[in-house]
Design a protein around this ligand. Structure first.
Ligand code: ADP
Ligand code: MG
Length: 256
């Protein structure tokens, strides 16, 4: 079992403090949801966990299995088992989904074994097709240029396929539901549910409760003003759907 622990994290971007004492502990096998209004720092949290260089950690730490990862570059964090499905995946014309994924697999394996010669194309294809079948994806998908002309749903499925192939210990889904129609949302959620298990922890970041109808969280946290201000179980998400965030704001104001 793996643990991801975020301790009293303060993060600034371009001199503006966004995360202000963020704390979270999660274990593999668990699904945590972070909900919160726009602009509250949810994406900042996701990028900071992955080690995006634009975000300056002014204090606090992030530990993976008790090891502080703050000095690791983004690629090292990926190899250590962290994965982020982006809110806005970038397109890479000229690079197929298959090539992109094979490069990613090789990078991960070479980090473990510098002598590693790279996965053979037949071996990789077999692995990719097996995962695509598992996620009920059309094989033709593999030959398309990454995210180039992909619909919102296809972009998110490409992210889920990448997750299925890299097998992270913790996956962060940053508003994976944004821009998806209900069918695409269901397909992506089914993919996540298929991969969910004792070896994978999932952090679902969302503005709306909708995706949590498909991916049931064990823990729900409300994020506001750069930190978690309320935690509960799946019922909390339903409560927020019905009552919005105002009551959380009022509670915060009252505590000041
Ligand atoms: P959320 O994902 O919860 O909507 P974000 O983490 O994207 O929130 O943004 C939090 C705050 O940080 C916002 O006020 C946003 O304007 C600011 N911010 C995010 N990225 C940048 C950036 N690259 N430069 C300046 N400000 C940013
Ligand atoms: Mg965001």
């Amino acid at each position: 079992m793996a643990t991801l622990k975020i301790n009293n994290l303060f993060v600034s971007i371009e001199g503006k403090e966004i995360l202000k004492g963020f704390n979270l502990e999660m274990k593999s096998g668990e699904v945590h949801a972070i909900m919160g209004p726009n602009g509250t720092g949810k994406s900042t949290l996701a990028y900071t966990i992955m080690g995006h260089p634009s975000y300056t950690v002014t204090s606090g730490s992030i530990e993976l299995d008790g090891t502080n990862i703050m000095d690791m570059e983004a690629d090292e964090r990926s190899r250590a088992g962290l994965f982020l499905a982006f809110q806005y995946p970038v397109s890479i014309p000229g690079v197929t989904v298959a090539n992109y994924l094979r490069t990613a697999v090789n990078a991960h394996r070479k980090a473990v074994d510098p002598q590693y010669k790279g996965i053979s194309i037949p071996e990789f294809r077999k692995m990719m097709i097996e995962r695509m079948d598992y996620l009920k994806m059309d094989h033709a998908f593999a030959g398309r240029y990454l995210n180039d002309g992909f619909s919102g749903g296809e972009k998110k499925r490409a992210e889920i396929l990448q997750m299925a192939i890299l097998k992270p210990r913790f996956a962060i889904l940053d508003e994976t539901d944004s821009g998806l129609d209900i069918d695409a949302l269901r397909i992506v959620s089914e993919g996540v549910n298929a991969l969910k298990g004792p070896d994978l922890g999932v952090l679902v970041i969302t503005h709306y409760q909708r995706i949590l109808n498909y991916i049931t969280p064990d823990h729900v946290h409300v994020m506001m003003e750069g930190r978690i201000v309320e935690s509960g179980d799946a019922h909390l998400a339903l409560h927020l759907e019905e009552h919005g965030y105002d009551w959380v704001r009022e509670k915060l104001e009252a505590a000041r």
